[in-house]
Design a protein around this ligand. Sequence first.
Ligand code: PAF
Length: 269
Amino acid sequence: MPAEVRAWRKAQGSLALVPTMGFLHEGHLELMREGVRRAGTCAATIFVNPTQFGPNEDLSRYPRDFEGDLKKCASAGVSAVYAPEPSVVYPPGYQSYVTVDEVSQGLDGASRPGHFRGVATVVTKLLALFRPEVALFGEKDFQQLQVIKALAKDLELGVEIVGRATVREADGLAMSSRNKYLQGAERQRALSLSLGLRRAQAAAAHEKDCEKLKGLIRAELVKGDAREDYVAIVDAQTLKPLPKLDGRPARALVAAFVGTTRLIDNVEI
Ligand code: PAF
């Protein structure tokens, strides 16, 4: 399969790549359409990457809809979809991994040990295989985006990494394949993440103390009966915590459990 991909790639001009884990939603399709706009041709990958899941995470039940995904890719103008088996990506004897030291620390890196090593490894492999001019990722996974930007720069992969704004449902919930896990009232309670972030974003016009701003986010999580994993306000580039907003680009991020479903969201602040 990698040989076929290389042969296909050679026949293309400028290429955009959108790596995904499938169960596609409007956020993915927006990346694909933007890929077509930027490069003319866009390929997508669908691969539920086992190395980025912890032992007690949702690898075995991650939602899948391969046939539906192919139709959605076609509707977004995607020319080729690569959906390898895990044994093709990680054949017996596989032993090479990519780690990105600094921006992988804290936040999801702390809550999900090994997660970004798995993400960095598979994304590096996909970029090496396709050699796209541009690769597109959603800002919903903001830390992931910084990890991928760092690896593309440090390893001089010659690809432009483009982050695109989170696509939201009409009521503000960030689109995510994992929203499918939300049962009944949990869908409404899940709004506490985006509501809290919006409240903090609005308050930041006059309140610069990050502990107070985080308090606003936490208050919404409590109202929605969502269990905090982390609430953070960080420098948008280094992802280091900020005590006060001081004019540099900053990001507010939240991870919380609604029932057993772990959700993440973030906004510029
Ligand atoms: O964001 C995702 O869907 C995945 O983490 C990615 C980037 C496709 C790597 O498996």
